[in-house]
Design a binder for this molecule. Sequence first.
Ligand SMILES: CC(C)(COP(=O)(O)OP(=O)(O)OC[C@H]1O[C@@H](n2cnc3c(N)ncnc32)[C@H](O)[C@@H]1OP(=O)(O)O)[C@@H](O)C(=O)NCCC(=O)NCCS
Length: 185
Amino acid sequence: MEAHPGITVRPSRDQDVEDMLAIYRHHIRRGIEEGVEDGDTPDPDDLRERRKNLRTRRYPHLVAIIDGRVVGYAYVVLFRKRPAYRYAVKHSIYVHHDQLGRGIGRALLGELIDTCAAAGFRQMIGYVDADNAASLGLHDAFGFKRVAHLPAVAWRYGRWADSVMVQRSLGPGSTAPPPPLPLSR
Ligand SMILES: CC(C)(COP(=O)(O)OP(=O)(O)OC[C@H]1O[C@@H](n2cnc3c(N)ncnc32)[C@H](O)[C@@H]1OP(=O)(O)O)[C@@H](O)C(=O)NCCC(=O)NCCS
């Protein structure tokens, strides 16, 4: 599919929550049908609350818009909660299932990287299913290194599935000490 010329990326808002949930639910539906229990599906209030917390603490939470419609979202949380890890974030990215391959993932991930770098984070980490060619390709395109292969960490579709941990540095990365970020944000 052709990349869409009119993609806008901006911070998420309260009124985007239902659209983000619809995108998320579609991507996990198959897992549920296969009998995977999804205790993790947020309800709208959860997501609204979580999104507010992230924004208050300055963790980027972005949506992609085409023709006024939310077509994808991406956000980060801290990689680990202990203070020493406060310069490392873990990200997630989801694009609407009927809008794949139009450059939305690229627009979101590019903006997420820039926003996280500007906020002073130095490392960005993601976990990708080993058979998720689209996500692995997208991360390769942004210079993420495949730093670990985690065998058999998920039970899906009746078999054990592997994950790949991907990582890239942000801004000056490890070449300079970090700016004085507060110990807890
Ligand atoms: C992974 C995902 C975010 C990619 O978003 P997308 O909008 O379809 O991707 P884009 O159109 O922006 O593609 C950007 C780049 O990613 C790579 N890519 C995208 N789809 C690909 C595919 N099917 N196979 C291989 N590489 C692919 C390519 O490098 C592509 O660049 P190119 O078009 O110049 O070749 C999307 O497929 C998605 O939401 N999947 C379901 C949820 C998910 O798996 N999230 C990631 C969890 S880690």
